[in-house]
Design a binder for this molecule. Structure first.
Ligand code: GLA
Length: 384
């Protein structure tokens, strides 16, 4: 991270000839609670050490100029005549537009952005770019960074500007993450509790290398199925607002009201909400085995009911689940590829990593990247 900070600051100096501030916002791994956020439910992500950095300094006009080190490309944008570009810069410009619409008057800014969050792997590279951009733009404008308000603005940018109807989880934990802990987020009230990750536990993330394609596709279709479920259950269950309001028992009692596919989509959500709370309880009690059971059940539910996994990710999760030293393993993130997260006994991390790398090569003929992750803090300035 120090290298990345030096790189963006140096690049900024070369391009713009001034001293920037450097904002940082992390990617995340979700321990459990998938697709529950937009159902007003519970999630339990942790912010990662992987992050996006934005070097920034204000301009006297209303232009935003940005150079991405990763893309090797520049883009420019006029705050008074915003236009979509259809590429990576929409995440940043969308955030600028939504910050202004929220009543925050921005000054123009010169920006340099870079990241070490693996892209398109379910570790929230998009949220990291959005939240770090928001932090940089606000800092350049002399405005405060209010983490939860900013998370909502960034979510809106992704919903309305990029067209991905994501929930609040990724932006929330990128803005509010706490080193050493996962966050239990209630996505209805937007309150969160810290769930400390014990020092003898590790979060092992394995990247299948299968890239997901979210925007406009299967992700939004899952969201529509959940909304359809709520519509169909309302006559029987009264004034429910979201699947958060439906217990597993109430769903079973009314399953005849739902087409089978919608029933299975809803079953994932209502059982997943229960599993998140169980995982929180188990982690706090030091009952890692019980947390692992909930994680494994979450994976099965995503595979069989919500149908958002893929063979490579199933392979990695099942291999980890069968490996000594692993308490539990599941796909993490929106789905259709990306990463698994395994809860691993600290002393077994090296061995488990090697088993995943070797097993994946033999079983799927592909290379997996494996990361031993520690929960980090959410967005902030990096001292230079
Ligand atoms: C993506 C979205 C989140 C959440 C997850 C699935 O990461 O951005 O809002 O819905 O998928 O849990």
């Amino acid at each position: 991270m120090r290298v990345l900070a030096r790189d963006v600051a140096q690049e900024f100096g070369c391009r713009f000839g001034r001293q920037p501030t450097v904002s940082r916002a992390p990617g995340r791994v979700n321990l459990i609670g998938e697709h529950t956020d937009y159902n007003d439910g519970f999630v339990m992500p942790a912010a990662l050490e992987f992050a996006t950095l934005v070097a920034a300094a204000p301009r006297p006009d209303r232009r935003i100029q940005v150079y991405s080190i990763i893309m090797g490309e520049s883009r420019a944008f006029d705050l008074d005549a915003p236009a979509e570009t259809g590429d990576w810069s929409d995440y940043l410009f969308g955030v600028a537009v939504m910050l202004e619409r929220s009543g925050r008057r921005l000054s123009g800014a010169d920006l340099v952005v870079s990241t070490d969050v693996p892209l398109g792997s379910g570790l929230s590279s998009s949220a990291a770019l959005e939240v770090s951009s928001a932090h940089a733009l606000l800092t350049a404008s002399g405005l405060p960074f209010e983490p939860i308000a900013v998370a909502k603005i960034c979510q809106k940018a992704e919903n309305d500007y990029v067209g991905m109807r994501c929930g609040i989880m990724d932006q929330y934990v990128s803005a509010c993450g706490v080193a050493g802990a996962a966050l239990l987020i209630d996505c209805r009230t937007l309150e969160s509790r810290n769930v400390p990750i014990a020092s003898n536990l590790r979060l092992l993330v394995a990247n299948s290398g299968v890239r997901h394609q979210h925007a406009g596709g299967e992700y939004n279709a899952r969201r529509e199925a959940c909304e359809e479920g709520v519509r169909l259950l309302k006559p029987a269950l009264g004034p429910i607002k979201a699947l958060r309001d439906v217990t597993p028992q109430a769903l079973e009692a009314n399953r005849k009201l739902l087409p089978h596919l919608i029933y299975r989509r809803c079953r994932h959500i209502v059982t997943e909400n229960a599993r998140v709370l169980e995982a929180e309880r188990a982690l706090i009690a030091g009952d890692f085995a019980a947390c692992g059971v909930a994680m494994n059940a979450s994976h099965a539910s995503m595979r069989d009911d919500f149908e958002i996994t893929c063979p490579e990710v199933d392979f990695l999760a099942e291999l980890a689940q069968a490996t000594p030293g692993v308490f539990g393993s599941r796909m993490t993130g929106g789905g259709f590829g990306g990463c698994t997260v395994s809860l691993v006994e600290a002393s077994a991390v090296k061995q488990v990593s090697q088993i995943l790398i070797d097993g994946y090569r033999v079983g799927c003929g592909r290379d997996a990247e494996v990361f031993d992750c520690s929960p980090s803090d959410g967005a902030g300035l990096i001292p230079l």
